[in-house]
Write a protein that binds this ligand. Structure first.
Ligand code: NDP
Length: 283
């Protein structure tokens, strides 16, 4: 197989293939990035076209959707009859557009989202999400498993990136919440690492709520007994404690606004999961 793009992630993906003994051809726009991989046993291609000609499977790990088109568009004829696995982060619309572009050019297309940082590739905890050609996924699944746990979502090429970005949305908002908490305790002389020691078990325990929220959201009934109500989930004290210390309240205020819109619409006694309705209908 061939790997186009040897940034931090492309190098890690190619390295795992070489380590497993696969014949791997690598190409990068800027010179110098193939040296380490060649030392491990990979072959360096002089051009993207040369790399494509070397393999039936072409793995693309570039910066963004535009760079993928910049590299692949002029080489569509070379790619015809081959498989492109595009693990560049793109939006679902962009992934579907790439799949349509590939179909028009006679290229088999699989889209991927890597749920790991480069150091995690090939280690436990790494996973990758795929959608697009089912044939391609199943043909190359043993190879994809070298990077981490592989999950396939279906023929719609946009699904892997949809899951990828949805999971990242959860991660970034959680990270921002943790960092907001660290800013709150800092004036009391608490280091961010000490706060992390308290936050990790707390937030880990709280993830058990996801499944309960999921059941309520799927059932569509936010009045089911036993839920914490929106009125009870008032974040005023969090906002006051933050602003009392001269901190930005943006992170907490964002959640409070989602809650408040539902209370204002008359749903204050319903469960917290109802904030999904504020997200579904932007204010
Ligand atoms: P890097 O910035 O390290 O590498 C970017 C790569 O894209 C380089 O090989 C760069 O080449 C190449 N590139 C950029 N623009 C062009 C262009 N116009 N034409 C040709 N090549 C181009 O990024 P990563 O390797 O970290 O990330 C690659 C993809 O993987 C991204 O889409 C990223 O979102 C995704 N990803 C990364 C993760 C991470 O933790 N790093 C995690 C999950 C996904 P050059 O060396 O010449 O600049």
């Amino acid at each position: 197989m061939s790997v186009l793009g040897l940034g931090a992630m492309g190098s890690a993906l190619a390295g795992a293939l070489v380590k497993a003994g696969h014949e791997t051809t690598c190409w990068n726009r800027s010179p110098g990035k193939t040296d380490d991989l060649v030392a491990q046993g990979a072959r360096a291609a002089d051009s993207a076209a040369d790399a494509i000609r070397a393999s039936r499977l072409v793995i693309v790990c570039l910066f963004d959707h535009a760079s993928v088109h910049e590299v692949l568009d002029p080489l569509a004829a070379e790619l015809a009859g081959r498989t492109v696995l595009n693990v560049t982060t793109t939006t679902p619309v962009q992934s579907r557009e790439s799949a349509e572009w590939a179909a028009r050019a006679g290229i088999e297309y699989l889209d991927g989202g890597i749920m790991a940082v480069p150091e995690m590739i090939g280690q436990s905890g790494a996973s990758a999400l795929y959608s697009g050609s089912s044939d391609a996924f199943h043909r190359y699944e043993p190879l994809l498993d070298l990077w981490g746990t592989s999950t396939y979502f279906g023929e719609d090429a946009g699904l892997a990136s949809l899951y990828d970005l949805a999971l990242l949305a959860g991660m970034y908002v959680m990270f921002a919440g943790f960092i907001h908490g660290a800013a709150m305790v800092a004036p009391a002389g608490v280091t961010a690492r000490a706060f992390a020691a308290a936050a990790t078990p707390w937030l880990t325990a709280m993830t058990s709520a996801f499944d309960e929220f999921g059941a309520i959201i799927d059932g569509g009934d936010y009045t089911v007994e036993g839920q914490q109500s929106l009125r009870f989930s008032n974040l005023s004290d969090l906002l006051t404690a933050s602003s009392d210390q001269g901190l930005s309240t943006e992170v907490v205020a964002m959640v409070q606004r989602l809650i408040q819109r539902q209370i204002d619409a008359g749903h204050g006694e319903e469960g917290f999961a109802r904030i999904i309705e504020s997200i579904r209908q932007p204010g």
